[in-house]
Design a protein around this ligand. Structure first.
Ligand code: NOJ
Length: 512
């Protein structure tokens, strides 16, 4: 932000690489098998060495953990399982000391059913905070409308005490806040200020597109059947609310940032959540989580993003997160593809979001039925990070809250640090290359013609130029053009550029 409240031409987050930490699975120091804030502090040097710019930490607030932290019972305190508020302050300061910014996860759409606000709200129809949530009478045949919840079942739970239903787009333990009530807005803005005052650099906003709701809560068209609301809810009332949030965040110095989860499937619909640069600074685009591994599909995705987001909306890129299969697993476990995907993530135009452990090439854990704990079936991608080779992998317990990912004896931070050909060193090389190249971190993109099976694009900023080639083919391919170029990074190794792509290989070229 400049003094007139306008976004500067290149705020830090446009050139940054963000790294998501899922704190339960990062590193435990207390010995209970669940990661904690001290664990994060103890690995900040690792993150600085890796070369990322900022961390986003999934929720560590007080929570009954029905949705592992996304059911918050106190936004202004740390759950004892993760540590204390002092630990959060130490973490923010220690990250800043290393030049790393810190984004925290803010969950505005719903609280926990144990949050004092909801406890009050459900206590009687006259409660002070009754209207902070959505309470409605049912219809003859059941709940007030036909909405379905994300983890299954109806989006309504009947409460005997006051003989009404309450709305929850997720679990019954996650009642939806009513952002139509100005007191809710004020209370949630106070939460933002609480963390901004503590020095955080911004927020990842959970399901940001859900907060505006038509108070009539009309049925969704019958044709949508039992589709839950998350992929379809797109109410205009959300936009003024996001502008209010933006004003709070922008009133602080230092280019604080918001990145919102907007779970819609159309890039044009996501675009609207940037507003006129007065809503979200960035919105997630989850299309790369499902795109097919072909040159044509990626080309179309990149061109759609460029066309639909246009000038005013800075793109984001993501391959993996705590809600979905890790990309290496999605790509059939193939390490070559995972390496090429890393090149895409870190050389496309926009801010990349890495997910902890992808720099180690981790795959999803195979979680036996008796150890599954997540209501959404997302345990596999939440497996603990192996830090060292030996049993226990640097955790104080041998068997943390979820089982280890496959090949933890080989895919761990210690072993990969010592192996110059590892996935870790590929990410490091890409991050160094990106940092040193204005073309890669901030420049424009042009997708060019390329032989079948190959995606080719150019990034340019002023005189700085890079060309990226990605092969989606399972056989070696010759690329006829590349006179006068030299390889900065090859996903398959360090050999000099010879005009030939190995199967599923990507290369970053710079003019000789
Ligand atoms: C999106 C989060 O990423 C997910 O983990 C959570 O279950 C839902 N929002 C509900 O908060």
């Amino acid at each position: 932000m400049n003094r007139d409240g306008e976004e500067t031409a290149s705020p830090w987050w446009r050139g940054a690489v963000m790294y998501q930490i899922y704190p339960r699975s990062f590193l435990d120091t207390s010995g209970d098998g669940v990661g904690d804030l001290s664990g994060i502090i103890s690995r900040l040097d690792y993150l600085a060495r890796l070369g990322i710019d900022a961390i986003w930490i999934s929720p560590f607030y007080r929570s009954p953990m029905a949705d592992f932290g996304y059911d918050v019972s106190d936004y202004c305190d740390v759950d004892p399982i993760f540590g204390t508020l002092d630990d959060a302050d130490r973490l923010i300061a220690a990250a800043h000391d290393r030049g790393l910014r810190v984004l925290v996860d803010w969950v505005p759409n719903h609280t926990s059913d144990r949050h004092p606000w909801f406890v009050d709200s459900r206590s009687s129809r006259d409660a002070t905070r009754r209207d902070w949530y959505f309470w409605r009478d049912g219809r003859e045949d059941g709940p007030p409308n036909n909405w379905w919840a994300v983890f299954g079942g109806r989006a309504w739970t009947y409460d005997d005490r006051t003989s009404q239903w309450y709305l929850h787009l997720f679990l019954p333990q996650q009642p939806d806040l009513n952002w139509g009530n100005p007191d809710v807005v004020a209370a949630m803005h106070d939460v933002l200020r609480f963390w901004l005052d503590r020095g955080v650099d911004g927020f990842r906003i959970d399901v940001a597109h859900l907060i505006g709701k038509d108070p009539a809560l009309p049925d969704q068209p019958a044709a949508l059947g039992q589709l839950d609301r998350v992929g379809i809810h797109n109410d205009p009332r959300t936009h003024p609310l996001l502008r209010g949030i933006r004003r709070v965040v922008d009133s602080y110095p230092g280019e604080r940032v918001t990145v919102g989860e907007v779970n819609l499937h159309e890039t044009s619909a996501i675009r609207a959540y940037y507003g006129q640069r007065d809503e979200l600074h960035m919105a997630f685009n989850f299309l790369p989580l499902t795109v097919e591994w072909t040159a044509a599909a990626w080309r179309e995705l990149i061109e759609t993003v460029e066309r639909e987001l246009g000038e005013g909306a800075w793109p984001t890129w993501v391959l993996s997160n705590h809600d979905t299969q890790r990309h290496r697993t999605r790509l059939g476990g193939d390490e070559r593809r995972a390496r090429a995907a890393a090149v895409l993530l870190l050389t496309l135009r926009g801010t990349p979001f890495m997910y902890q452990g992808e720099e180690l090439g981790l795959e999803d854990a195979d979680v036996p039925e008796e150890r599954r704990v997540d209501p959404g079936g997302r345990d596999g991608c939440r497996a603990p990070i192996p830090w060292t080779r030996e049993q226990g992998h640097g955790w104080p317990v041998e068997d943390p809250w979820l089982p280890w990912p496959p090949e933890a004896g080989r895919c761990n931070a210690e072993a990969e640090r010592d192996d110059p050909g590892s996935m870790f060193h590929l990410y490091r090389a890409l991050l160094i290359e990106r940092r040193s190249s204005p073309a890669l971190s901030q420049g424009g993109i042009r997708v060019g013609p390329s032989p079948e099976g190959i995606l080719a694009y150019e990034r340019r900023a002023g005189d700085d130029l890079r060309r990226v080639l990605v092969s989606f083919a399972d056989r070696q391919l010759d690329v006829p053009l590349q006179q006068g170029w030299t390889a900065s990074v090859r996903s398959a190794g360090v050999a000099p550029w010879d005009g030939r792509l190995q199967p599923n290989e990507a290369v970053v070229l710079r003019p000789r």
